[in-house]
Design a binder for this molecule. Sequence first.
Ligand code: SAM
Length: 264
Amino acid sequence: MQFDFGENWVEFSENALTWDRAMSAVNDFSALFRGIAIESKTFLDIGCGQGLSLLSAEALGARVVGCDINSKCIAMVRRNRKYFNAMDKNKVTLVTGSILEDDVVQKLRQSVAGSVGYDIVHAWGVLHHTGDMRRALINSISLVKPGGHLVVAIYNRHWSNPAWKCIKALYCVSPVVIQKSIVCFFYFLLIFAKMLVTGENPLEKQRGMDFYHDVVDWVGGYPYEYAGKNEIDQIGRDHGLELLRFIPAKVPTGCNEYIFQKRP
Ligand SMILES: C[S@@+](CC[C@H](N)C(=O)[O-])C[C@H]1O[C@@H](n2cnc3c(N)ncnc32)[C@H](O)[C@@H]1O
């Protein structure tokens, strides 16, 4: 059972992506990378989805490689390049495949960086959807070069995680009419809940996204895993990383952001 992320990103790209959203994606991406140089660096985006992060990195001058298990996502990255004025800059390299597969990891290692790895490996909201988060994280770490950075966002551990897992599984096995009803129900519930918890208007979305497609992603995103800060930090430390910055999720079941550096 696997949620079709590609379908959601096709819908988003065709109906919701605008020049303004692309600009806001680049701005928020720059803020996340505050203090880390991007220009001329090698940048790998694992689970690149609709391409907002990958194309932001390219627009900021990185040499980028994108990877996604879903071929519809790869097609959307090619389509969405026009919003980032990226046409005549560096060429983007795109790989369709899973970060869990050794031959894909090997291909990514050889794609741009040679055997030493990438300056920056980025996986935002991805590793917990692979079906084996720990292995996906370790494979991602293996692609970072010594001294390089790993930037990941992973669902926070919370008492309500098992309930969300059931909702996501139910969504994936339901007929379209039930799926639409689930999205509709949670769309309004999550607007209310997020306003209450964060005091912000959730319709003013960050990272270039829009709230509706985020909700579809949220209620459908299966496989689904989660982890607390200490669990992810421990895996990082066991594999040669040091946690430089931790940005806690704004809502308890949201994504924590981690910025690691690999020891030289
Ligand atoms: C929630 S979306 C995040 C997309 C994008 N990173 C973003 O920040 O908007 C998760 C993405 O991970 C991809 N994905 C899931 N499992 C994967 C795997 N094993 N290897 C590579 N990509 C995977 C999905 O196809 C999807 O595009």
